[in-house]
Design a protein around this ligand. Sequence first.
Ligand code: PEP
Length: 249
Amino acid sequence: MAPQRKLAAGNWKMNGLSGQLSEIDALVGSHADAGCEILICPPATLIAPMADRADGRIAVGGQDCHAEAKGAHTGDLSAAMLKDAGATYVITGHSERRADHGESDAVVRAKTEAAWEAGLAAIVCIGETLDQREADETIAVIDAQLGGSIPDGATGENLVIAYEPVWAIGTGKVPTIDQIAEVHDHIRKTLADRFGEGTAQDVRLLYGGSVKPDNAKEIFAVDNVDGALVGGASLKAADFGGIIEALDG
Ligand code: PEP
């Protein structure tokens, strides 16, 4: 497999009405020829119009999907529905879903399998809380989440992993470079043990948690960091553009 392009992924969370699609026009206008791959995961209501506007120049993804392909699940969306709307990726196991909706590793694994079944690549999020870090449990938490959330059959094309310390999301706090390096190295090694060295190298490992244009370069210089999952700083094309430029080096 050809080496994967680095990935700058934006998670708009529950932000964005149709007026904000102008940010996509701006992003496409300024960064369509970036070296890295660019992905925006808007609210589900904006996937189709965003994919239409982006026209393949940047990728569009969902923020969650149901574990089943269809059925009586009022308000939920299947992975095939996201794909039908123009998504090529879906985030699974974001810490806000794990916390707000009680999603266990088993649920995240089932959603990831559903994503693959529908032909979407999954960005599986893992990361420790502040209490877990302070109790020196970070690596144990990462091991449990990796083992529990990632189905068999992972490849560099269907899986991206985002390491997102819960305490760094939306807080302006960022782990030290050594802390990011330790976890990313550990994830790469764990993937190699389970899926083989080739697949482990192909799966992109994103760092997420308060990435901004002014700290991105330092984070992207860390070994085994292949991009970022960005919340707040992905909402404005100007900010996200700075992160994309840092990733392109
Ligand atoms: C996120 O929600 O995945 C995230 C990393 O958010 P922020 O960049 O705002 O910390």
